[in-house]
Design a protein around this ligand. Structure first.
Ligand code: COA
Length: 136
């Protein structure tokens, strides 16, 4: 169950980018204790859980005609803003199964690896802690 958003460049009658979002959660994995400890460090003891709500980026693509102009970052910043400031529901993390070719893009945007076990896979599970996002 995903919701897909299109960014339309009306004057040129083109889709500039699209992305989709779905509900997700990050769950404690005993084999990834160091990541879990790092992730919990920013969460007060009384609020610590075995899993935390997240929003997952299912798809994100920028039309090649507009790539490298900050549009992907603009979309991520908007997702960060909406889920950290527009408090319609409780959500602590953004997650994504990042295509290997897009991993540097997500790293530049503050995402971290959830595990090292997928380092040779075509996609890598990454997360962003919304606590780290301070909207201007
Ligand atoms: C990945 C993608 C969404 C990036 O969108 P974009 O609008 O071109 O990205 P931005 O212009 O906001 O780039 C932000 C920074 O990330 C870097 N970057 C973007 N894509 C990159 C990539 N594939 N590899 C390395 N760096 C990348 C940019 O150089 C820029 O760095 P800078 O701030 O130092 O200049 C876009 O290239 C795309 O649609 N790729 C194909 C689909 C895809 O891989 N989607 C992700 C699926 S998980």
């Amino acid at each position: 169950m995903t919701v897909t958003y299109l960014l339309e460049y009306m004057e040129q009658n083109k889709t500039a980018a699209y992305f989709s979002l779905l509900a997700d959660k990050i769950t404690f994995n005993p084999e990834e204790k160091s990541v879990w400890n790092k992730l919990n460090r920013n969460i007060p003891n009384t609020k610590r859980r075995r899993s935390y709500p997240a929003v997952k980026i299912g798809r994100l693509a920028v039309n090649e005609d507009y790539s490298g102009q900050g549009l992907g970052t603009f979309i991520l910043d908007n997702i960060k803003y909406v889920f950290s400031n527009v408090k319609r529901l409780g959500c602590r993390f953004i997650t994504v199964d990042a295509l290997k070719t897009a991993v540097p893009f997500y790293e530049l945007n503050g995402f971290q690896f959830m595990t090292e076990s997928d380092k040779d896979d075509e996609t890598r599970l990454m997360f962003f802690d919304l606590k780290n996002f301070i909207a201007d």
